[in-house]
Design a protein around this ligand. Sequence first.
Ligand SMILES: [Zn+2]
Length: 533
Amino acid sequence: MKKSVIRKTLSILLCLTLIFSFSAVAFATPDVTPVIIVSGMGSRPMTDAETGKQIFPPEAGPIVKGVFLALGPVLLALMRSPALFDKYGAKQLHEMLGGLACDEDGNSVRPVESMLYPESVDHYKAEFENETKTEVGMVRKFGESIGWENTYFFNYDWRMSPLDIADDLDVMVQHVKEEKNVDRVDIIALSMGGCVMTAYLAKYGSDSIHNLVMASTAFQGVDMVGALFTGDMQLTVTALLDYFVPFLASLNLKVLPKVLARMSAAAKKDGMETTNAYLQDVVNGIQPAIYEQILMDTFARSLGVWSFIPADQYDEAKAYIAQYATVSDAFMEKAEAMRDVQVNAEKLLKKACENGTNVYIVGAYGFAGIPVTSKAENHTDNLIDTYHMTGGCTVAPYGKTLNDVEGVTVTNGCGNKSHYHVSTDGVIYAGACMFPETTWIIKGMSHVEFGYDHETSDLALWLTTAKDPVDIHTDARYPQFTELDRSSGKLISLTQVNGQSAPEAEQPAPTFLQKIADFFNGLLEKVKSIFQR
Ligand SMILES: [Zn+2]
């Protein structure tokens, strides 16, 4: 009897062991959907295939050289010698970027090589495993989280049309599906990658995509590019302060008061107006050189750059650029095909949703625009304006709140009264954007700052790899509005929920930087009054 008990026990144990080992095998093969990270413009270097020289981004050597050589001419230009800026400054910049030149059909003049990654990043691990920033930091984040063998990185020549780039992306999508034996892949697109994705949806549909995350993307165009392509170059004291004071303050430079004192001196009798007029005069002086020598063959003949022009500025841009750059009819046809994709982006994305693809938008705000156009007063992520990036959120001008903007309704955006779509600082209203329930907006995150060790990349990972559909109400860590705390890398909620009435758009408490800006504005006013006596 004893033997039979032992035998029974042993066979039960054996059965249990077998069951556990089989389930262990099942657990060991995780159900991971492969991810394709679609890069933005120039996240990897481009080289001239013949000379082997890196042409983008310009190497440190030429940049340093260029800055030093351009410094003198820029100063001379500031003393109203635009001819000298033309001769030296613009030529330096042209030399730095000229390797990117395209012909009138939009083809590269030089044989240019972009870095391509046709296989999973497991094959190129050494290139990414120490990165922390931008696209390459994200590659590491995903590689470590879902497996390097399940992560793919799609890079391309950003000067080309997104509609042509989409063909190469489809080659990768089909390759990944076959290799991993899946019907759909997850995709996160960054910056210009958003233009590539809308072009892809227009050409190939969404059958192969499970989750599509559009993060910091230019899919609706970029204000600043539209402005530059329509000749809207503008420099004002306010725009300069908004843009540079945060940088200078963070550097704790003692030169700041000197610079501002010099500006104050220039302001003299009429204060800002005189200074602004003076700055504008300088801009007007160097503008032709900038357009003729830099914009023309390097950017105005790039179909990729044309995809950044907001559709409503397209015709104006076409007419304006014609005086500087000749492009062929075939070029314009391609450019306009991409404009049509931009106009149809909302329809394309909503059709994808109906077809079972989860579409998530991530945008950012908290930075003034680059102070070279009249659009500098719009909130940006340091590069792309928040309005376009978020698919049409209502955004107060930089330094203001929605209360200061006439005709803005900030209540009942989506019709669901249990929550609001207004950031607690009163700057953004998301109720009227393309996807109110699946758009995440982060204050203080600069362009593609999904840093490896920041919670912004946790959000990106969560959205991209979510098995089931998620929205802004799914996870308390990731509400619609958050602020990136740079020192800790954490996301702090800026979202109000479960209130009785819509939050008042409050005046944000002045930040340290704002206080500095206010101080110097006050100082300028004082200087002005002294000179008026
Ligand atoms: Zn809602």
